[in-house]
Design a protein around this ligand. Sequence first.
Ligand SMILES: NC(=O)c1ccc[n+]([C@@H]2O[C@H](COP(=O)([O-])OP(=O)(O)OC[C@H]3O[C@@H](n4cnc5c(N)ncnc54)[C@H](OP(=O)(O)O)[C@@H]3O)[C@@H](O)[C@H]2O)c1
Length: 354
Amino acid sequence: MSAWQIHGYGENEKLTLSTSSRIPAIKHPKDILVEVHAASVNPIDIRMRGGYGHSLFNIWRNQGGMFSTRSEFPLVLGRDFSGVVIETGKDVKTYKAGDEVWGVVNAQKQGSHAEYTVVSSSEVALKPKNLTHVEAASIPYVGLTNWAALYSVGELTPSNTRGQRILVIAGSGGIGTFAIQLIKAWGGDVTTTCSSESVEIVRDLGADVVIDYKTQDVQYELRQQDRFDLILDPLVSKKRVEYINYLKQWRNSKLVTIAPPFLRNIDTYGVVPGVVKSVGDLSCDVIKGAKDGCSVRWAFFTPSQKGLREISKLVEMEKIRPVVEKVYDFEDLLSAYEKLEAGHSRGKTVIQIK
Ligand SMILES: NC(=O)c1ccc[n+]([C@@H]2O[C@H](COP(=O)([O-])OP(=O)(O)OC[C@H]3O[C@@H](n4cnc5c(N)ncnc54)[C@H](OP(=O)(O)O)[C@@H]3O)[C@@H](O)[C@H]2O)c1
């Protein structure tokens, strides 16, 4: 099969298209082999290409028996996909060959920027019927990161979100375009920040208040508004909790950051010191919030079949739609990486594989 692989960490020149890779084999009874029709590109692909997270991912890979040669290379990137089931492990009861599925691939596994991928059956769900594979591939990774941040960690639900005021930082990217739609589908009130070129897109997705960070002073504009019940911050910043002053005080409000320094700390300091440093960083964040009765939480992408199924329902009800900015052919994957790396996403970049 064809697969984009890296044989070492670095920039785009590390990515090579192999046309003679082995189709991955099912090793666990609950795994399924999927023919990938489309996959998206996420910032984590760019970061993993450069080595991000390798210290922890390699520990997991070793435990999972993925290494055949005591090395993670050649490594296939790509964290989500839409495709067709080819073969199932003997304990898979919910899917059969021919089913159209969408899903995610854990970061320690071989990814989806390939013609075939093997995933656990718990990491997939049936693809929404109203989406093409390209449209479907744009959703699982950002959808489940939002599910983790807003539902699991942020404690928003379809029944408690109505009337809540939520600030989504960076509404125009893959995470933001999904977050706005999920919160609106659950009845919340969304304020978002983006650059001038994206104002129309985020309004179209339902944002109630849009702050253009290129032409407006974001901090000033936020001070003019009522405070928020929840703030979703996906941006890596030295001031991790810079928006904390805009949360309601003593009202169970939360700042959820999905750009915490956890993996970076482990890569920089090693596993044990990195975990210790992260506990210290998180404690500082929590203390900053606690003095005003707010809570600061870190959230991470987490596979969730329940999440995928709920997202699927919202997509089929047309409460959430895919926001695909650009589609690249499989052979042109390097351009897709360059595009995402240049920043200024307006939704998602997708690779069409079949
Ligand atoms: N913890 C996790 O498991 C997890 C998972 C997924 C993502 N993330 C985090 O979420 C981040 C965003 O992911 P994504 O998929 O949305 O990336 P993306 O599609 O590349 O979007 C990033 C967006 O941020 C906008 N932006 C940049 N600076 C901004 C600012 N100061 N104010 C407002 N908007 C700004 C960019 O547009 P302009 O450049 O035009 O402003 C772009 O639209 C990732 O970089 C990562 O840190 C974390």
